[in-house]
Design a protein around this ligand. Sequence first.
Ligand SMILES: [Zn+2]
Length: 236
Amino acid sequence: MLIDAGARPGALGDAALPQLGLLSEHPPTAMILTHAHLDHVGDLPVVIRRHPRLHIYCTEATARIATLVLADTLKVSAEQGFPMFSPGEMKRALERLRPIPYFREITDHGFAFTLFPSGHLLGAASVLIESGGRTVFHTGDVSNTDTPVVSAAWLPAQVMAVDAVVSESTYGDTLLPASKEQVRTFVQAIGETLCTGGRVLIPSFALGRAQERSPRSFRPAWPVACCPMSPSTLTA
Ligand SMILES: [Zn+2]
């Protein structure tokens, strides 16, 4: 069972790819895509080039966002002179996506697995996998607070016994302020700038963060323009 196939943001060519050679000894027979951020989905066409028969299970929202992210990855990597895959390979990878709903157990090649909402990004999932009488819970990228776009991760009503947990740990060593406090500081900084006649430029990840801070989420009383951060935008 292969979980996710990401690309390293900012890296070029082979340096952007995970060590797929490690899969040759134990080729995957099924795949789960937890969500559509670049560092989880960007390498999908390369995996399908090597393992063309894989079914890729994910939520419907992840399948739809992955289509946009891969098209963008193809465009950007081609512009940088290191195209990671061809348009045909991208199409073949997208054809392998098998959207499934949350909370429904699916079986494939001796694995039984169920997706659960993990917060974080529209369509994102944690997955409980059972095989050979053993269970593994993989959190995927997980968020336990509500945002204007997605609800917090689903938690079971009772403790679930599993044999192993694989957990995201991006902020595992960092004590973050509460999200309400972060929003208050963010809004206060913008307000102070606007009140002194300034303009505010908010750089943001395009997928996830940008929607959380979009005018639709906050309904601000001042005009807001959203645009891609290209060099031409910055010099305009
Ligand atoms: Zn993510």
